[in-house]
Write a protein that binds this ligand. Structure first.
Ligand code: ZN
Ligand code: ZN
Length: 486
């Protein structure tokens, strides 16, 4: 054992002095050929991978000796740190995140190699990561990529077994040398989504729960808003942001004359891009406030919103295969879609809701993946139909909801895909975004009886599924009906 420790000490000393020698010869870099430079960078990256793996092994050992059951006798506690991560951070001068990664990957390597050698071990916490730990230990996978796989794959649940996760981890490890850590994280997330269709809806809901807009008054008199958005909301806001700033950020140039003039004006504008974005959003809000209250507000610039964001209206575009959309209507609720420009999948419920309000454009592909034909937009309520719906419904028709028509989306009572419901005033009903979301996600139904609409709760909420009235919120309609019956 002492031999082993001596060898380790000698190897470590050799690494440290060799690395020091390379730095002290940095002047030589100027003399190297381009080829040699690139090769050197690659060699150093390889050595660094090994060194990172060694650091993770040490961090894992520190964590092992600091286990909670060791109490104050634990290594980190004895050294005056609350956690092994804090001790590692202190020893390395790294960020908390880096220290946490080292400890986690160290545990992974320990679990993987202990399993192989049969050495005494603590229970393997994440057995599906064994192939990952082995790859780091053998120098074929970086510590950062290992952590990316761990975070992207997540843990087992009812639908995803440990074995399935281990297979996915092994596949990702084989991709290891070709991907950087960010790409690896995306791949791992995709692998997880493939294993866990049910989880897509859960993660989507979790993200939506995290949405927030917080206000912070700063001591210098400025106010800061911190806005956390789920992917679907972000896609909408991103669309607006991109249009407000794209001319500055080298976005696509318009051939249209008016657009050309706008582009020139933006170029001459002395404001920074951040200032342009801030002013643009403020203008949009000002217009919205004017629309909602019917009054012009003091700071109104009188800007036409179409002018402000260019001719292409911002829209969230969702891509889904016809197979997934059709399968989503069966009892199993499988399948998913994707928001254009965003890597994460979205649930079939969300796809249906967006299709319900925004219509659908069929795109036909041949078997090689080439587009054959882009169809016409289908199933979108016309402006005239929306005016009729607003007059009839007077706002969101969900019981007790007070949202006015301008805040609503038109829902198809007979879902247009599932029930082949048509896009008519009869088959349309106004719901605010919140209630539209609730209806599709939790599978509420609306029944039409004569001119009346009734809300049917899902069995999970009301086992009897007693229909609830959805009266019109339009005072004008009530006046009209009263005068007729009088
Ligand atoms: Zn709908
Ligand atoms: Zn509502």
């Amino acid at each position: 054992m002492t031999d082993f420790v001596d060898t380790f000490g000698a190897s470590l000393a050799a690494v440290v002095s060799a690395a020091g020698r390379v730095v002290s010869q940095s002047a030589a870099a100027r003399e190297l050929s381009a080829k040699a430079l690139i090769a050197a960078q690659g060699d150093i990256a390889g050595a660094r991978r090994d060194l990172d793996a060694s650091a993770a092994v040490i961090a894992g050992q520190i964590a092992l000796r600091s286990r909670p059951e060791a109490g104050h006798a634990g290594l980190a506690q004895r050294e005056g740190f609350r956690t092994p991560e804090a001790l590692v951070q202190h020893a390395t001068g790294s960020t908390a995140r880096e220290a946490m990664t080292l400890v986690r990957v160290g545990a992974m390597i320990h679990d993987s190699t202990a399993n192989e050698t049969g050495a005494p071990t603590y229970p393997v916490a994440e057995p599906w990561l064994v192939p990952v730990g082995l790859a780091v230990a053998s120098g074929t996978l970086s510590v950062a990529a290992a952590e990316a796989i761990r975070g992207g794959l997540g843990g087992p649940n009812e639908d995803v077994s440990i074995d399935a996760l281990r297979d996915a981890a092994a596949t990702l490890v084989r991709l290891g040398p070709t991907l950087n850590a960010d790409q690896m994280f995306r791949r791992a997330r995709e692998a997880r989504d493939d294993l866990d269709e049910a989880g897509i809806a859960i993660r989507e809901r979790e993200r939506r729960e995290l949405r927030s807009l917080r206000r912070w008054r700063k001591p210098d008199g400025m106010t800061r808003y911190i806005w956390e958005l789920d992917p679907e909301s972000a896609a909408l806001v991103d669309g607006i942001y991109d249009q407000l700033t794209s001319l500055r950020r080298g976005g696509p140039r318009m051939v249209d004359k008016a657009e050309q003039k706008r582009a020139e004006a933006v170029e001459r504008d002395p404001r920074t891009t951040d200032q342009l974005a801030s002013d643009g959003f403020l203008d949009l809000l000002t217009i919205a406030v004017g629309t909602v209250t019917g009054t012009a507000v003091g700071i109104s610039t009188g800007t036409d919103p179409r002018q402000l964001i260019g001719i292409r209206n911002p829209a969230v575009r969702v891509l889904v295969s016809a197979e997934h959309l059709a399968a989503g209507n069966l009892a199993g609720r499988t399948g998913h879609g994707r928001i254009e420009g965003h890597p994460d999948p979205i649930s079939i419920e969300t796809v249906e809701r967006i299709a319900c309000t925004s219509g659908i454009i069929p795109i036909h592909f041949d078997t090689s993946g080439q587009v054959l034909d882009v169809g016409r937009e289908q199933r979108l309520f016309t402006r005239r139909q929306r005016i009729g719906l607003a007059a009839r419904d007077g706002g969101c028709r969900w019981p007790e909801c007070q949202r006015p028509p301008g805040w609503t989306e038109a829902h198809h009572v007979d879902h247009w895909q599932r029930d082949h419901g048509e896009t008519s005033i009869d088959n349309g009903i106004l719901l605010c975004r919140h209630h539209h979301l609730l209806l599709h996600d939790n599978h509420w139904e609306i029944a039409k009886r004569g001119a009346e609409y009734w809300l049917i709760p899902p069995p999970g909420i009301d086992p009897d599924q007693t229909a609830r009235p959805m009266p019109s919120k339009s005072p004008a309609l009530h006046d009209l009906l009263d005068s007729r019956s009088a």
